[in-house]
Design a protein. Structure first.
Length: 225
């Protein structure tokens, strides 16, 4: 596997803040060196796959994605994805977001009305601080008040964020936003969502994968400008 695969490409295009989040997810010292991050990410992912001798940057991103999707897949089985099938990395990323959204909805439904209200207000304040337009905030909060995180996660954020003060947010999916530390991190704890899914290597891999997916979402949004 060459060094210019998806992981390296995404890291090259990532912001310093995004690399920080990936390092935090991997529980490694913060660095902007993309090859160090790539090595640590693949090393963590390799612990949850069949261990064979690999170069530092050889473990394919698609194989990591399939492993993450299989782990998040609801029920007792696995996804139908395989490394040599026709599915794209982007398609598997979409499934990962979908599974996380479903888990988030389950955790949200367990909260008391009082706790839901508290977290809604906290999210609203974070949206204001982040510079989102009031009309967009109202739309998001209205859907959240309906009791369904899924309604928000299933909708492209372009419809909400078109008048946002932050151009980099244009076109980013709502799932990407709500699975960020600002969104789901305030509503439902991501570590809680994945806490029962295996050992430390899985938790690192899943959290880091979420961040790498978010890089693509940002790039897609910027391409619309």
């Amino acid at each position: 596997m060459g060094k210019e695969d998806t992981i390296i490409s995404r890291l090259k295009q990532s912001l310093i803040s995004e690399r920080y989040e990936i390092c935090k997810a991997l529980q490694i010292p913060v660095t902007s060196d993309i090859y160090t991050i790539s090595k640590e990410y693949r090393s963590a992912a390799g612990h949850s796959l069949i261990n064979i001798i690999r170069e530092d940057h050889e473990l394919p991103y698609k194989l990591i994605l399939i492993d993450v999707a299989d782990k998040l897949y609801p029920g007792f089985f696995w996804t139908d994805y395989s490394f040599d099938d026709d599915s794209t990395e982007e398609e598997i990323e979409e499934e990962i977001e979908k599974y996380l959204s479903e888990r988030a909805q389950q955790e949200w439904d367990k909260l008391s009305p009082l706790e839901k209200k508290r977290r809604e207000e906290q999210l609203k304040q974070e949206l204001v601080t982040a510079g989102y337009a009031q009309a967009n905030i109202n739309s998001i909060m209205t859907m959240l008040a309906s009791g369904s995180i899924g309604n928000i996660l299933a909708t492209r954020a372009a419809s909400y964020l078109a008048s946002s003060a932050s151009p980099s947010l244009l076109g980013v999916s709502s799932s990407s936003f709500l699975l960020s530390s600002t969104g789901i991190g305030l509503l439902v704890s991501i570590p809680l969502l994945i806490g029962a899914l295996g050992g430390p290597a899985y938790r690192k891999t899943i959290l880091a994968t979420i961040q790498i997916i978010r890089v693509r979402r940002r790039l897609e949004g910027e391409a619309l400008l």
